[in-house]
Design a protein around this ligand. Sequence first.
Ligand SMILES: CC(C)(COP(=O)(O)OP(=O)(O)OC[C@H]1O[C@@H](n2cnc3c(N)ncnc32)[C@H](O)[C@@H]1OP(=O)(O)O)[C@@H](O)C(=O)NCCC(=O)NCCS
Length: 185
Amino acid sequence: MKLVCVNDKAAKILTIRAAEIEDAAGIANAHAKTWRANYAGIIPHAYLSRITAQNWAISWTRMLERTDNDLIVLVSENDGGEIVGFVSGGPVRSVIPGHEADISSLYILSGFQQSGHCRRLFMTASNRLAKRGHESLAVWVLKENAVTGFYKHLGGTLVSSRTIHYAGTDLDEVAYGWAGIPPSC
Ligand SMILES: CC(C)(COP(=O)(O)OP(=O)(O)OC[C@H]1O[C@@H](n2cnc3c(N)ncnc32)[C@H](O)[C@@H]1OP(=O)(O)O)[C@@H](O)C(=O)NCCC(=O)NCCS
């Protein structure tokens, strides 16, 4: 199923659809670009500078080839066929009492932000998780990331926190949760 939306800011039509294995390179490109743009000053520069879309395409290909899990991956594609954003989610990976599913990634290239499209991506993914029987949702984010405001704005409440060792440093993370899958909007 495809969802066609107009991105007012970029004056582009964006289509939300399920990812296919052939999308791995496009997802990895958007993933690497958004990480470098958004995590500078949070994740060590030495780590960010080594990220390449080519390396991440290998991991995304493996992930999209898996048939043994109920991960969902949706992409946002512009009318030129470029992947400008994506979202993934599935059964919660790290136990948060009362939360069954999580959104593991949600990224959109900077030129397409602030136009309501991330909300649409989040809602479409949430609805698909609900259709798979999940009743509640959580998302882990880096505490220093401004994205925490986005999840609060969408009705998420702070439900957990932790410190992870990643990229050679300790990073504080917080989880926002929804006791019920957020209704479509
Ligand atoms: C954070 C991000 C997902 C938000 O995307 P976006 O396209 O700007 O969000 P939208 O335009 O869909 O915003 C939807 C609503 O959330 C609000 N919002 C967006 N970002 C916000 C923030 N940081 N703080 C508070 N509210 C925010 C918008 O104002 C909008 O409100 P409205 O509908 O009431 O007018 C996007 O900027 C992004 O990809 N960031 C980098 C990647 C990242 O950090 N991902 C998180 C990993 S889990």
